[in-house]
Design a protein. Structure first.
Length: 134
């Protein structure tokens, strides 16, 4: 029996992103949201690229969603991606590529207790020099 490698027809993007916490905290301040005791971005949470997890739910090689894990006791938070710092026009996560600056929000709580964080970060190759894997 001989095993032979056959390339498949799709390439899966391999990228990561961490929140640029200083920039994100500045965005929160400009929106009047910043509270260092309650609503802030930390290098040990959203600032870690490993805390933003990208999923390809249908195995087509295109990212379908991103969540934040490793939050400060908030559980897993769904990420909504936007085109720019106005956080008004959503962008498909499937169109994101290494080198892009992306903007995303996460939220926790509900009603009067709901909090939304406005993140920003630059996407990078998880394997430098090899941004795609089949």
């Amino acid at each position: 029996m001989v095993q032979q490698f056959e390339a498949n027809e799709y390439i899966a993007a391999c990228w990561g992103v961490g929140c640029s916490v200083n920039d994100a905290n500045s965005i929160e301040q400009s929106m009047g949201n910043y509270d260092p005791n309650n609503l802030y971005h930390g290098a040990d949470h959203c600032g870690l690229s490993g805390n933003q997890v990208i999923f390809d739910d249908n195995d087509d090689g295109v990212a379908d969603r991103m969540v934040e894990v490793g939050t400060d006791g908030l559980g897993t938070l769904f990420c909504t991606i936007y085109t720019d710092a106005s956080y008004t026009t959503q962008k498909s996560i499937g169109s994101v590529k290494a080198g892009d600056t992306i903007y995303w929000t996460t939220s926790a709580g509900n009603g009067w207790n709901k909090k939304t964080w406005h993140h920003v970060g630059t996407v990078f190759d998880t394997v430098p020099g090899h941004p795609n894997r089949s």
